[in-house]
Design a protein around this ligand. Structure first.
Ligand code: DGJ
Length: 495
């Protein structure tokens, strides 16, 4: 009997090394980019965030998984709310987390969990009833007229510790159920933290910018304590997301002290356990906002890139990935996308899926560029051509299609990626963008040796059309037609 048992134990021990155990996802600097490493490999999030109430009941979300799969998503951003996981203090119910993980795995998708804890869009409506009903223990903030509001105070150690305990319990549970699978790849701590309707809690100094910085430090210390408690249980990358500042608005008119680009320093100094701050972008000036987050030293991830119905979703994604080395992109309310919007996203994400390994390597090596026309806060579109230089060559891109009448073009959809594959080899991918190429130093002429349209499958290029004649304007340009996403491969030469 003992001999038999020890043989079985021995066999299990021998088999163990061959059982694949996923490593938890982590952020890693690779050359010029900070990337998300999943299962030991760089990963590009083709994401979508669920509408706020879609993940409270499993049957409600059930029909959406196939639709999200068909949109070629590889990651779903899903809320987990404090009120549902800790209905009574100290009694946890992780069923939401468990079924989200099961359903994501069944559809071969990853999850980014959004911790709707003390704050969700500034407010405190996702806290459990035992928190809501005990203002003496969990103090509330006051508005400009001294009225108590549904926003818990960030000064309260009691609130911070209760939130951190719940979050830590969730991370402990995640470690048990998911460490070997790595379905959950990142966690967002709270949601759109920011104070209203004043620049900070309590007495105002009169200097709104200074008040906002103080409130940012207060929030950052709170979020850091929550993140630290969670990471002590299970170490996954963690970020916070910020509601953006409306042009001309003052702190308090927009959620004050949140994780905004201009407060990166306060957040970084006070919250070392938060890996980066991220923008939620519902305003027109997408490029200005993403550029500001990157310029202040954040790796870029856009957890809410407007709604799936925004026609600019594709152009914004390609610019962020190509120009700002974004690790991912995620329109909001993905589960409610219309058939038409879903088809647009499927086409975009299908193309990104083909290009994923090329994109990730090119981001690390600085061999990638992204193009879209830029829009300011007021919605005015800048249609100036855009240049991108690589050693030896300068590309000039225009997002106005030369062969389509202007009034028949939806310029908001026009955007592209450009990736260098070798000395003279490049690919372009997108729609509605036309490129010309010149010698970087203005010496000599550059021509198109050959241009192909095609697709990548398992990293291998298959050409479906040789482009020449009218399709390259007799060798003068490379054109991604408007209307849908295509990929073209070109070889340049000099004459
Ligand atoms: C931003 C928030 O983060 C989301 O949860 C959601 O409320 C959207 N705004 C608006 O629908």
């Amino acid at each position: 009997m003992w001999r038999f048992l020890s043989q079985i134990v021995g066999a299990i021990l021998i088999a163990l090394p061959s059982i694949a155990v996923a490593e938890p996802a982590q952020l890693e600097r690779r050359g010029e980019a900070v990337q998300l490493i999943v299962d030991g490999r760089p990963f590009l999030i083709r994401g979508g965030e669920l509408a706020n109430s879609s993940a409270s009941h499993r049957p409600f979300l059930a029909p959406a998984w196939e639709r999200m799969k068909a949109m070629r998503l590889n990651t779903v951003l899903a809320p987990v709310s404090w009120e549902l996981i800790e209905p009574e203090e100290g009694r946890f119910d992780f069923s939401t987390v468990d079924w989200l993980i099961e359903d994501a795995r069944a559809h071969d998708m990853r999850l980014v969990l959004l911790w709707f804890g003390t704050w969700k869009n500034s407010m405190s409506t996702y806290v459990p009833a035992w928190v809501k009903r005990d203002p003496a223990r969990f103090p509330r903030t006051l508005d400009d007229e001294g009225q108590s509001q549904e926003i818990l105070s960030a000064h309260s150690a009691e609130t911070r510790e209760a939130d951190a305990r719940a979050f830590a319990a969730m991370m402990r549970h995640l470690k048990i159920v998911d460490e070997d699978h790595g379905t959950v790849i990142m966690v967002q701590v709270e949601n759109e933290i920011g104070f209203l309707p004043l620049a900070k809690e309590g007495t105002q100094t009169g200097d709104r910018a200074e008040d906002e910085r103080q409130q940012a430090r207060l929030y950052a210390r709170f979020a850091n304590a929550v993140a630290a408690a969670g990471k002590a249980e299970y170490r996954l990358p963690m970020f916070v997301n910020g509601a953006q500042r409306r042009a001309g608005a003052e702190p308090g008119e927009y959620p004050s002290g949140g994780p905004l680009a201009h407060l990166t320093r306060e957040w970084r100094e006070e919250a070392p356990n938060i890996d980066f701050i991220a923008p939620d972008i519902y305003f027109n000036n997408f490029a200005e906002i993403t550029d500001a987050y990157v310029a202040s030293g954040n790796p870029l991830f856009i957890p809410e890139a407007n709604r799936a119905s925004d026609p600019r979703v594709g152009a914004n994604a390609l610019r962020a990935i190509g120009r700002n080395e974004a690790m991912g992109f995620s329109p909001f309310s993905i589960d409610t996308a219309s058939v038409e919007d879903a088809a647009r996203i499927a086409s975009l994400y299908g193309m990104l899926e083909q290009l994923e390994p090329l994109i990730l390597d090119a981001q690390a090596d600085g061999r990638i560029a992204g193009f879209s026309n830029q829009v300011n806060f007021a919605g005015e579109v800048d249609l100036a051509s855009i240049e991108a230089s690589f050693e030896g060559f300068t590309f000039t891109a225009t997002t106005i299609d030369p062969w389509t009448p202007r009034d028949a073009q939806d310029l908001s959809t026009h955007g592209a990626l450009l990736i260098r594959l070798g000395d003279e080899d490049f690919i372009v991918a997108g729609q509605g963008v036309t490129f010309t190429v010149a010698d970087e130093k203005g010496a000599g002429q550059v021509g198109l040796e050959a241009v192909e349209e095609g697709y990548f499958q398992a990293g291998r290029w298959t050409a479906t059309r040789r482009l020449n004649g009218d399709q390259t304007h007799q060798g003068r340009h490379v054109r991604l037609p408007p209307g849908d996403y295509t990929i073209q491969k070109m070889r340049l030469y000099r004459y």
